[in-house]
Design a binder for this molecule. Structure first.
Ligand code: ATP
Length: 341
């Protein structure tokens, strides 16, 4: 059984995954890696399938999967991205999306007030329900009376388990973010599950914010947050906002986990970035920080912490790709991190 299966994917995916695999290799842990480099847009265009049964079996035979990026502009209006990402998410029931956000260097913050810049929180996003569940449709399409409905799906089981995961992740506080004052049925369910989850975890402080207030407070008091838990769509939006406060999506790692089975899919938050793909300038740090999450998940805490310190050191030394103000290529920035280990 391979320790890690790898789907480099499309666009800058293979470029940043090369960096992450270089990092894993540098630690000499003897981890067996199974690379599925045929999974991607090219195969989907040719065969109408990107991720087959045999691929899923290979992923299932590993301890975790590292994914670069999935997406290509000419396939935007097909089922391609959903086919791959949702297939993996549902096959392994990866309901807990874990997005740590940390300001690695003061100069990367867009905030003017130095006292407000520190950010070290985790956004826990529900990954299998909510507004992105794909249930809905259009009635009387293309007519003046067209009706478009997207269902916001929330189940007691799904809400309870993501709240429990958030409490298990917290160091001091969990902040529930919702819009229960306007979205009543789902809001009531989340609120009721929230009260019960808080009772199950009496040692953790709790806070509740409506999503509009949370967006404001992330900018005005970012340092106050520890764990934020939210539905799929709210978590999606807040995590990009938080990533922007910490230097941009070129630095944002994520993991989609099933805490019960222990299986996880690890991917940088950014997409395939077709505008810079193939130019060798993609920032590899999000993928290196994602590899750090993966190493920690596999029990290699020392190597994970060393990776984070080396990325922070490279940023401090200005040894970065252009998106962070440096002049290095993807490979040069990777070498800077490896040299700092
Ligand atoms: P997709 O549809 O695959 O999500 P996208 O281009 O819509 O692709 P992203 O890939 O997240 O979305 O890119 C958004 C912007 O951020 C682009 O301008 C891209 O060049 C930039 N970007 C994303 N990732 C990186 C990176 N690792 N390094 C530098 N710039 C990046």
């Amino acid at each position: 059984m391979a320790a890690i299966s790898v789907i480099p994917g499309d666009g800058i995916g293979p470029e940043v995954v090369e960096s992450a695999l270089g990092l894993v290799d540098a630690f000499g842990l003897g981890l067996d890696v199974d690379v599925l480099d045929h999974v991607g847009a090219e195969r989907y265009r040719r065969e109408g399938v990107a991720l087959g049964e045999a691929d899923l079996a290979r992923v299932a035979a590993s301890g975790a999967v590292l994914l670069g990026a999935i997406g290509r502009p000419d396939l935007e209006h097909t089922g391609y991205v959903r086919d791959v990402l949702l297939e993996l998410r549902y096959a392994f029931d990866l309901y807990a999306n874990y997005r740590p956000v940390r300001l690695w260097h003061d100069r990367l913050s867009p905030l003017r007030d130095p006292a407000r810049r520190a950010l070290d929180c985790v956004i826990v996003r529900e990954n299998t329900e909510g507004l992105y569940s794909g249930i809905g449709g259009n009635l009387r399409a293309s007519s003046d009376h067209e009706v478009a409905v997207d269902a916001d799906v929330n189940t007691r089981h799904g809400v309870s388990r993501i709240l429990d995961f958030a409490f298990a992740t917290a160091r001091r506080e969990v902040c529930l973010v919702d819009k229960a004052n306007a979205v009543r049925a789902g809001g009531r369910l989340w609120q009721e599950c929230w009260r019960r989850a808080a009772e199950r975890h009496p040692d953790t402080a709790t806070r509740h914010l409506y999503v509009d207030a949370a967006a404001m407070k992330l900018v005005t008091e970012p340092e106050r947050f520890d764990v934020i838990v939210a539905s799929n769509s709210h978590g999606d939006i807040l995590s990009d906002l938080a990533a922007a406060l910490a230097g941009g999506i070129g630095l944002a790692p994520s993991a989609s986990l099933n805490p019960e089975s222990g299986f996880g899919m690890f991917e940088p938050v950014h997409g395939s970035a077709p505008d810079i793909a193939g130019r060798g300038v993609a920032n590899p740090f999000a993928c290196l920080l994602t590899a750090a999450l993966l190493l920690r998940h596999l029990g290699h805490d020392t190597e994970a912490a060393a990776t984070e310190a080396a990325v922070a050191g490279s940023i401090a030394a200005g040894r970065t790709t252009p998106d962070l103000g440096g002049t290095l290529s993807t490979r040069e920035a990777t070498r800077a991190v490896l040299a700092a280990l």
